[in-house]
Each structure stands twice: as C-alpha cells, then as structure tokens.
Design a protein around this ligand. Structure first.
Ligand code: NAI
Length: 460
C-alpha cells in the first residue's frame, strides 16, 4: 500500500446520497474540511429515484383514488384518467426544488463538492479523474442499485423501479415480482392509476419483514382493491412477447401482462471501486462495519445501503451524522437498529417501529403482551373511511417494545410511536398524555389507554 500523502481534507466522502451528504454537511458544520464526491446527482437514490419521486407518485395515486371514490363522500366527480406525463412533471418539480435546495446547502456550508466517479486507491485516498483527495478520514457511502434475478434480463417490458419511473403511459396490466416494500408501493400506485396488478411473492405473505398481523391486513385491503396476489409463488422465467411479457412460475402457471416490474431487493454498489484492494472487508458485496460504522481499515468508515441492515434514507442520514460527530470527537451514541422507524407508503399505509410480536417473544418469552386497537373506534379514521389497527407489543409491567400500524395516512403516526419505543415508555406513561381529538393520532393514545387498563373507545 502506498505511503499516505499529506491530507487534503479532514473527511473525504465517497457518494453524495443521503448517508454521504448528511456526513459532509455535519462535518462542515463541526468545522472540519469535507470533500463530497458524486458521479451522478447530489441527493442520490432517495432524492432522484427513490423516496421522493415514488412518494410523489403515491400522492398522485391518492388524488386519483379520491376522484374515483368521491361519491362515497357525497361529492360528484369523475376520474377521467391519469396523464402520466403530467404526473411526471409534478414529480420532477418536487425533486428539482429539493435538489436546488440541497445544492445551495452544500455550497453554503463550504463542502468541497467534486463531480465525478471516485475510486478508493491506497490508504485513505480517493481518486476522481486527475484529482487525488486524501482524507484524514474517508467515508464510503456509495449506495445501492435495484437488483434483478439470475437469468432475468432487464429491458423492454421488464424493468425495475428505475424503469417504472420512466414510463410515459399507464400500462393496462402489470406483474410485480416481489411483495416487499418497493413491490407493494408500486402495486398500489399502478392499481390507483387503473392498471390490473398481480403481485408474485415467493414467501407466504406480503411485506414479510413486518408483523404477520400487518401482512394479513394489507393482503385483505389489496384484494379489496382488486390487486391479485400470488404469494408462496416462485418465479421461474420471463419472456418478452409481442405486446408485453409472459411470466412462468415454478409449478408451471403462466401470467401475462404489459409490464413486469422487478422488485426483489437492492444490492450494494461496491464493485469496482477499489474497496477490497484497499483492504476493506466485504461480504456478499456489503461493507462490514462495527457499530461505530468503522470498516476493517483504520480511518475508513461506511454508511447507508452498503452496510448490512435496513436500506432506509433516514438510517443513512443518522449514520452519516454519527460518523461526522465521531470524527469530530463528540463521542456520539451508536444507532440502535431496532428503533429505526419504518414506513411503507402503499394504500393503506404501514408504519412500524421496534420488535414484532415474534421477535419480542424470542427476547422476552411469555412476558410479552399485545394489544390491537381497531381503527373502527377512531373518529378521524372513520371520517377518512379507512380500516386498520394499531398493534402494541409490550413486556408485562415493562416498556412498549413494538408498535405496528396499518391504515390510510398512518405513516404520519410513526413519530410518536418511535419516541415511545426509543424512550422505553410504559403504556401508563403514554396513557397519561393527551392526544388531540379527532385525529388518527388518538388511536395511539387509545391503544395505550387500553393497554394501561383504562380503555375509552375500545374493548379491554
Ligand atoms: P425487499 O427485500 O423489501 O423485498 C423483495 C421481495 O422480493 C421479498 O419479499 C422477496 O421474498 C421477494 N423475492 C425475491 N426473489 C423472489 C423470487 N424469485 N420470486 C418471487 N419473489 C421473490 O426489497 P425491495 O422491495 O426491492 O426494496 C429494497 C429496499 O429498498 C428495501 O430494503 C426497502 O426497505 C427499501 N425501500 C424502502 C422504502 C420505504 O421505506 N418506504 C420504499 C422503497 C424501498
């Protein structure tokens, strides 16, 4: 390994997505000199291909549903159709405003923004074109890409979420391969936009990482929306046809549609960037770190989707900020993975934090208690005409360790749920606090009231 040259920066961050830019911004705020290397667009997957554009799509989907279902609220309106270029213009407007804001932030904090593809070359050195950036510390934050399956070639009617964002008209029919987070979000959008949708999922249930009660509620709601489900069905092959694609499942069943949307997970973008040559430990493409985000190479950290764990933007932000503070000597507390909030923005939404009932039972045995509050008793949910529940998982005479919610707009309730789990609140602590009436937030309050033995609009 070549001898370390004189550092050019305190921190060199490779990758300008959520994890990388958060790290560079916080480092600069703490008075460190920071370089941020990005080959594509500042903001990464979340801003340009992930969270933001897809949630804009989901909002347009909600508007379409509102128009379609207006008469249920006594309002006469008709949905004439969805103008996908119009939706794209709205979506791109949102992304572009946020992108400009972020660029302004990076330049006003005096982060040295380096446009180009960087490679780790030797000790704490990132090479970008003819520039050599030598960091006292280097942070790897190169993110992830949409995976496909062996033998399943992308192109034409077979696409990942990236391709789905480039569609110019709503397909008549879509097969979604994978009933995980991306699969159910896109299935939800496409159904609201009027497509016939079938989800093919190898596991026995949708969103298999969630509590099974959540999967059951989602499956029921999706079926009611006319989304066809093929759970426990393994994909075998896909063949483009004259007007679309034919998918063969193991066992011989065949399905045909205009488009096949592949949502079988995201892989870490770590290949060909010099990580392994520099001595960074990699397992199945992921960078291995300790709980302080340190890789196997002294002074080299990794954050975000390349580190095994939940691939979520807010985890990337938190890790990036953590690393900057660690480098600045603030001795921050490592992130607790189990208290990272999770929201899936399909209709109905799913929001959860902490342990599922099964995970809690594994940890606490028969000391685990659960309570399920049905949104049927929640005024605002009835006004919205949504169904769902808040499920609490707690340790008997102890803290609430998991909150699981389903229902339209319930994603917005994750904030309080996260505080409850992270602060290890007891049901009695939450029951003593007021929740505004009539809000969906009240459902959280009522669930805790019931668990504390004093239900108001619920049965004990
Ligand atoms: P995922 O891991 O959530 O789901 C992939 C699904 O595909 C799994 O259920 C898996 O069983 C299924 N699958 C795999 N191979 C299969 C086969 N051969 N046949 C049938 N089914 C098969 O991955 P996904 O949905 O692609 O999302 C990637 C990442 O992006 C996730 O970690 C997710 O957390 C993140 N993300 C988060 C969002 C949010 O927080 N709202 C939104 C979108 C993505």
């Amino acid at each position: 390994m070549p001898a370390t040259a004189e550092p050019t920066h305190d921190v060199v961050v490779l990758g300008g997505g959520s994890g990388g830019y958060a790290c560079a911004l916080r480092a600069a705020e703490l008075g460190l000199s920071a370089a941020l290397v990005e080959k594509d667009l500042l903001g990464g997957t979340c801003l340009h291909r992930g969270c933001i554009p897809t949630k804009a799509l989901l909002h347009a989907a909600e508007v379409a549903d509102s128009a379609r279902e207006a008469i249920r609220f006594g309002v006469r309106a008709t949905l004439e159709g969805v103008d996908l270029p119009g939706v794209t213009a709205y979506r791109e407007g949102v992304v572009s405003r946020l992108h400009k804001g972020l660029q302004g932030l990076v330049s006003s904090r005096k982060v040295d923004y380096v446009q180009g593809e960087g490679r780790l070359e030797g000790e704490r050195t990132v090479v970008v074109g003819d520039r050599r950036l030598v960091g006292r510390h280097v942070v790897l934050a190169t993110g992830s890409y949409a995976r496909t399956l062996p033998g399943l070639e992308l192109g034409g009617p077979i696409m990942t979420s990236d391709g789905a964002l480039a569609l110019t008209e709503v397909p008549k029919s879509v097969i979604v391969l994978g009933g995980g987070v991306i699969g159910v979000e896109f299935a939800s959008v496409m159904r609201s936009f009027g497509a016939d949708v079938t989800i093919v999922e190898a596991l026995p249930r949708l969103v298999a990482a969630e509590d099974p009660a959540v999967s059951t509620a989602l499956e029921r709601a999706f079926k009611k929306r006319g989304i066809a489900l093929r759970t426990g069905a393994r994909f075998e092959s896909a063949t483009p046809t004259e007007n679309g694609v034919t998918v063969r499942l193991e066992g011989g069943d065949e399905l045909s549609a205009d488009v096949l949307l592949v949502a079988v997970g995201r892989g870490p973008s770590t290949a060909g960037l010099g990580f392994e040559d520099a001595g960074v430990s990699i397992e199945r493409g992921f960078v291995i770190t300790d709980e302080r985000c340190r890789t196997s190479v002294d002074g080299v950290y990794a954050v975000g989707d390349i580190v095994p764990g939940l691939q979520l933007a807010h985890r990337g932000f938190a890790q990036g900020i953590f690393v900057a503070e660690d480098i600045a000597g603030l001795d921050p507390m490592p992130l607790v993975e189990s208290s990272i909030p999770r929201v899936t923005y399909c209709e109905p939404e799913i929001a959860s934090v902490g342990l599922t009932q099964a995970q809690a039972t594994e940890q606490y045995g028969d000391r685990v208690e659960t309570y399920e509050y049905n949104l049927g008793g929640n005024g605002k949910s009835q006004i919205l005409r949504t169904q769902g529940f808040v499920k609490l998982v707690r340790v008997k005479d102890g803290p609430v360790v998991g909150v699981h919610m389903v229902g339209s707009r319930m994603g917005e309730q994750i904030g309080e749920a996260q505080l409850i789990v992270s602060w290890e609140a007891h049901a009695e602590d939450v029951a003593a606090l007021l929740h505004a009436h009539p809000t969906q937030n009240e459902a959280l309050g009522e669930a805790h009231l019931a668990l504390a033995g004093k239900p108001l609009h619920a049965h004990n």
